[in-house]
Design a protein around this ligand. Structure first.
Ligand SMILES: [Zn+2]
Length: 293
């Protein structure tokens, strides 16, 4: 019996091995090929696209003006309640730049919080009042991204309060998860609450020297070429601004499009719809009922 069982077991495992080496690679390859084709198809019509957000704006007037003067639709993310936030947000809007609220949030390392921060110890009422107050303090605001937040963005309850409040606004706001922690749930909660959203892929200037910024920018373009779209966050440092002043005018020649964040999200949603539709026609019908931007 022992022998038979062993032999039977061996025969079965041999068969499974053959199945694994014979059929699954074909299945997986086919699925991969379909996925790849659909992805390629969805981005065929549009060139690779990037968005760039410069955040931490509102504290410095000269650097802020220099950001606003950057060529193309670079998004400007303003800390609430800072000295130049109102003036610069108005100027950014006049120059056709997208205006975001850069919402300060609790971080795990207990760093000093900026004005208008939302924190873990707030009640729902306090939290919502603070978010409303911050949104009202940034003229022409059309979206939110988090400043710090490595603690708060991992808390689904607080993120739910934020996304629900964003949904309440007259203007449909977008959300960008700055991804200051890999444990963030902010993007998932945004999606669950139908807040149009995306993730930061690259920080341009965590090391603000020319060589490192250039390296991160190349990473950004590479990602956009491989996945269709990519988003970077930078800061109003002189090195970052000098780099962007020099490089942004060259983008078109490199076949890459600079988009406002809202347009980038639309392109990502469109690509996702095409992909889903290519996998299952019935999925297409379900997706088409999802609210659009
Ligand atoms: Zn920030």
């Amino acid at each position: 019996m022992q022998c038979c069982a062993t032999c039977h077991g061996t025969a079965r495992s041999k068969w499974m091995m053959r199945f694994a080496t014979g059929v699954w690679p074909v299945v997986l390859f086919t699925a991969f090929a379909i996925t790849g084709l659909a992805r390629a198809e969805s981005t065929d019509n549009a060139p690779p696209a990037i968005s760039i957000i410069i955040d931490d704006m509102g504290k410095l007037i000269q650097a802020g003006r220099r950001v606003i003067a950057l060529p193309g639709p670079v998004a400007c993310a303003f800390l609430p309640k800072e000295r130049y936030t109102g003036e610069l947000a108005n100027a950014a809007f006049q120059s056709g730049k997208e205006v975001l609220l850069h919402l300060p949030m609790d971080s795990v390392d207990g760093r000093r919080l900026d004005h208008g921060a939302v924190t873990l110890d707030m009640t729902e009422r306090q939290f919502i009042a603070r978010v409303q107050d911050n949104l009202a303090s940034v003229p022409h605001v059309t979206g939110v991204n988090n400043h710090m937040g490595s603690l708060l963005t991992r808390h689904p309850g607080h993120m739910l309060w934020l996304m629900r409040e964003m949904r309440q606004q007259q203007m449909p706001l977008i959300f960008v998860d700055s991804r200051t922690t890999v444990a963030t749930v902010a993007r998932r909660v945004a999606e669950e609450n139908d807040v149009p959203s995306t993730d930061r892929n690259v920080f341009l200037d965590n090391e603000p020297d020319d060589e490192r910024i250039a390296y991160q920018f190349r990473r950004l373009l590479k990602l956009a070429r491989s996945q269709g779209t990519a988003l970077a966050i930078g800061h109003p440092y002189p090195q970052t601004l000098a780099f962007l002043e020099r490089e942004l005018p060259q983008l078109k020649q490199q076949g890459v499009q600079l988009l406002p964040v809202r347009a980038l999200i639309e392109q990502q949603q469109e690509s996702e719809r095409t992909w889903q539709a290519s996998l299952s026609p019935s999925h297409k019908a379900a997706k088409s009922s999802k609210p659009q931007l």
